[in-house]
Design a protein around this ligand. Structure first.
Ligand SMILES: Cc1cc2nc3c(=O)[nH]c(=O)nc-3n(C[C@H](O)[C@H](O)[C@H](O)COP(=O)(O)O)c2cc1C
Ligand code: SF4
Length: 497
């Protein structure tokens, strides 16, 4: 009878063989490593297993090692299973007040624990779904007018920057090579769970839009890139992909689910593409933008889950299948992820938000005995807003530079220490920095340490760090971390006053 380590080795050998048998493609390296981890009950691949994979994929050992160690979710050579609970990040710490945190993670900071009950293919179809795709399959010439509708509807990306959708598609179509479509469901942002909510509710709304995007732009491949620890959603997306293939809707367009590697940076578009190509998720300088030179050098159209989901609003005169979150068809509605010290945290679609404090009402009010202290707006790359500013007109705050980003809103109380909140955010950013450029790697680490140190805050150092990080970081993680620091000093000073 084999002892436990031998047994684990046997399991690994079989898992490596099975993963390579399925598809020995270098681009699937991350996926192969995750498959082996899953087969081993969360324990990462061993050095020996990794070398086997490297040999079969014709990689240098160092290349395979670089990828295995770049993604926390691979859990390379670890003895214990990959931990997906007790993240200890800001919301955990705020709600439970411990260093370890006791929240259930997988971006369920809203406390959502129920099994998802997504609308299935038949129900989506019966409600009028896939009519836009039907139309395009019957009349391919309508692709021009459908794209025009996206432009006149002024559909914009929902990942935070708000870039016009039609413009991205046109840029990709102008390249003269077959484009690739990517649905970005990484959602690694701190306490943001809107994409989870959409995919758990109505996955076919996203799948149809991605197929329509592929037909309009003549793309031949769609990747659904989903956060690794959104395990229930992997099954939902796989099921939805199977449904459309079996219905004969794909016409040669291939659909593939890929999981991300457990780091916030995996969602940055160039890092995401690198991980799809079997490389570490590290952003690269732009231009060229992925729209012109992306996955394997091909023009690549990459949008957030919510962006695809909301495209149906542009095509509403053709088909608007009754939508579980029907308000998302209204351009004035923002889908906020509200968490923290509120009675009913969760995804909240809100039309024409007048003041940030109205989000507290949308989330059932503050928990008993808590007075509003403020909010962290815009997720990990966001801003801490004081209670007084939460009561001011949102339009004024926006004029002063506030950005809602991906709609994260972490509510805290008057008794919660803003310095602790800031230092938790800084710790998160330091952990998530991919480390390839100095201003971000060193800056986020220093900011974490300075904010966590007892005593008077070294505001001059904070200002310096902010300037360097904002001006010299390669990607938006470092730049936004710098902007976050720039707004901090007056906020912390007003608390101490
Ligand atoms: C550190 C970092 C993480 C990101 N994570 C995500 C993500 O999880 N999901 C997402 O859609 N976009 C994410 N983005 C933005 C993407 O790079 C890209 O701009 C976006 O997916 C485009 O989508 P849109 O056109 O729908 O706005 C991230 C950007 C940065 C800098
Ligand atoms: S800014 Fe930070 S996350 Fe972005 S590339 Fe540089 S080190 Fe990596």
């Amino acid at each position: 009878m084999p002892n436990a380590p031998d047994l684990m080795q046997q399991v690994e050998n079989m898992a490596v063989a099975a993963a390579l048998e399925r598809d020995a493609d270098r681009g699937r390296l991350l996926e192969i490593l995750l498959e082996v981890r899953d087969a081993k009950g969360g324990v990462g691949i061993s050095k020996q297993g990794l070398m086997q994979v490297a040999e079969r994929l014709h990689l240098f050992p160092a290349e395979a090692y670089e990828v295995a160690t770049a993604f926390p979710a691979v859990n390379y050579a670890a003895a214990a299973p990959y931990a997906t609970e007790r993240c200890g990040d800001l919301v955990c710490a705020l709600m439970h007040g411990t260093d370890a945190g006791v929240g259930v993670c997988r971006n369920r900071c809203d406390g959502a624990r129920t099994e998802p009950d997504p609308r299935g293919f038949a129900a989506y179809r019966a409600a009028g779904g896939y009519q836009v795709l039907d139309r395009l399959r019957a009349y391919p010439g309508e692709r021009t007018s459908l794209l025009e509708r996206i432009a006149t509807h002024q559909a914009v990306g929902r990942a935070g920057v708000g870039f016009p959708v039609a413009e991205k598609w046109r840029q990709a179509m102008a390249v003269g090579r077959t484009p690739v479509i990517i649905v970005n469901g990484d959602e690694g942002e701190l306490a943001v769970f809107k994409d989870r909510f959409i995919l758990e509710s109505d996955p076919h709304g996203v799948v149809e839009a991605a197929l329509v995007a592929a037909r309009i732009t003549s793309a031949d491949k769609i990747f659904f890139y989903v956060r690794d620890d959104y395990a229930p959603i992997h099954a939902i997306v796989r099921r939805a992909m199977k449904d459309v293939v079996e219905a004969g809707f794909t016409d040669g367009i291939t659909l593939e689910l890929r999981r991300s590697g457990g780091a916030f940076i995996c969602g940055e578009e160039t890092a995401l593409i690198a991980s799809l190509e079997g490389r570490p998720a590290r952003p690269v300088e732009r231009p060229p933008f992925p729209t012109t030179r992306g996955y394997l050098g091909r023009p690549t159209i990459l949008h957030n889950v919510e962006t695809y989901f909301r495209l149906r609003a542009a095509w509403s005169t053709i088909s608007t299948p009754e939508v579980p979150v029907s308000s998302l068809l209204d351009a004035g509605v923002v889908l906020f992820s509200v968490s923290g010290r509120v009675q009913a945290p969760g995804p909240k679609p809100v039309r024409d938000l007048a003041r940030l404090s109205d989000l507290v009402e949308a989330a059932g009010g503050l928990v008993g005995g808590v007075e509003l202290g403020g909010m962290v707006i815009g997720g990990s790359s966001g801003t801490i807003v004081s209670a007084a500013d939460c009561q001011r007109p949102l339009a004024d705050l926006k004029r002063e530079g506030l950005r809602l980003g991906t709609g994260g809103a972490i509510v805290f109380g008057a008794d919660d220490d803003r310095r602790v909140i800031a230092s938790r955010m800084a710790a998160y950013l330091a952990r998530e920095s991919c480390g390839q450029c100095g201003p971000c790697r060193v800056g986020t680490g220093k900011a974490r340490d300075v904010l966590a140190a007892p005593g008077t805050l070294d505001t001059a150092l904070i200002e310096d760090l902010s300037t360097v990080m904002t001006e010299a970081s390669l990607c938006a993680l470092g730049r936004n971390a710098g902007r976050f620091l720039s707004r901090l000093s007056p906020l912390l000073a007003s608390q101490d006053a």
